[in-house]
Ligand binder design. Structure first.
Ligand code: SAM
Ligand code: SF4
Length: 348
């Protein structure tokens, strides 16, 4: 087991040879625990409406420059069909926190997907009430993704304001999700202004304590139409304590996450592919990750799901991307996974 002070040390490590050891250790642990299969999850960004005001995200309700959309049931089902055609094991339905996504409407879609396909259904719809989570679980949803973003409470509340009438508590919601029987995923952004090395090492340690099934980490990327992107700093910290939002730091966090959570499913994220379009996804897979989430959102909506600018997948055409994906995965000595790609529990 890696202690928190060791995680902290690794986050500060700059020596290329030492880092090579870290990548190799993470890759060996990945192979031993989850094998060489890369699981594909088809991502469908079903709505960009959001009632929240996260200081970092382009979908925040305060961003009036964004043209909003919500996909219809037919459009969603047509993306689901595509996922089946490409042989993916899972669809991920993601959106802003959008109450236009009504509980029963989505339950109906989940039931249909479960009835007509063999796909696992993952939801990533923000902080919905327990009744919604329960209804969707009953309808057949298998998994839920909700990043806690940072375990530094002060930083979290300063960049993720609560809504009137309730304090945002994503850690409590993760517990509820587990209790309801969802496979549960979480994660953080790397390099949020005000995020220290100490707090990031705490985040990674917390992944282990939460016994997460899936862990997504990616660099924070500034969006010019957000307070953080415009330089608003609620949290001032000494420069030397600030975690950089770099590619290298992202690999370190992926590798350390694999070492502390050997059997978790860890995606090589779009945000990583955005900072290195050529090799980011592959290098993530070579340094601890074992999941890729190809984007199936119809092209006319893709650019509107602008969490941050210049997202890597904005013009990826699913059929073209799919045809080169097997080659890209094969070129790094791995193979595309079959089945739903559930977590293989080895550590309780
Ligand atoms: N609304 C849901 C939620 O917040 O959980 C799901 C969609 S939200 C866009 C998915 C994730 O995008 C967030 O958990 C956050 O980590 C990430 N994200 C948002 N803004 C970002 C940014 N500027 N840079 C990198 N990641 C960002
Ligand atoms: Fe909305 Fe999620 Fe973006 Fe926050 S991170 S503004 S909840 S879409």
């Amino acid at each position: 087991m890696m202690r928190r002070d060791e995680i902290f040390h690794w986050l500060l490590e700059e020596d290329e040879n030492c880092l090579k050891d870290l990548w190799q250790r993470a890759d060996a642990i990945r192979r031993e625990n989850v094998g060489d299969e890369v699981h594909l999850r088809g991502l469908i960004e079903i709505s960009n409406h959001c009632i929240r005001q996260c200081g970092y995200c382009g979908l925040r309700s305060g961003n009036k420059d964004l043209d909003r959309y919500r996909m219809s049931e037919e459009e969603i089902m047509s993306c689901v069909d595509e996922a089946e055609t490409y042989g993916y094991g899972t669809v991920v339905l993601q959106s802003g926190e959008d109450y236009g996504i009504e509980t029963e409407w989505l339950s109906r879609i989940i039931r249909q997907v479960k009835k007509e396909t063999r796909l696992a259904v993952t939801l990533s719809l923000g902080e919905r009430p327990d009744e919604d989570l329960e209804a969707w679980r009953k309808a057949g949803a298998d998994r839920y993704l909700l990043r806690f973003e940072t375990s530094d409470e002060g930083l979290y509340h300063s960049i993720h304001p609560s809504l009137p009438g309730g304090v945002s508590n994503r850690l409590a919601m993760l517990k509820t999700l587990k209790k309801l029987g969802y496979e549960t995923g979480s994660g953080v952004m790397i390099g949020i202004p005000g995020q220290t090395y100490a707090s990031l090492s705490h985040d990674i340690d917390l992944f282990r304590k939460l016994n997460l099934d899936m862990i997504g980490v990616g660099p924070y990327l500034p969006h010019p139409h957000t307070p953080l992107g415009q330089g608003d700093r609620r949290r001032m910290i000494p420069e030397e304590e600030q975690v950089p939002n770099t590619e290298q730091m992202t690999y370190k966090v992926i590798a350390l996450t694999r070492i502390v959570c050997p059997d978790a499913n860890i995606p090589s994220t779009t945000a990583l592919a955005t900072i290195n379009r050529e090799r980011g996804r592959e290098l993530g897979l070579m340094r601890g990750a074992n999941v890729v989430m190809p984007n199936l959102t119809p092209l006319q909506y893709r650019a509107k799901y602008e969490i941050y600018p210049s997202k890597a997948c904005i013009s990826e055409i699913p059929s073209e991307y799919h045809s080169c994906l097997h080659d890209r995965i094969g070129s790094i000595g791995k193979k595309v996974g079959t089945g739903q790609g559930d977590r293989i529990h080895r550590f309780g």
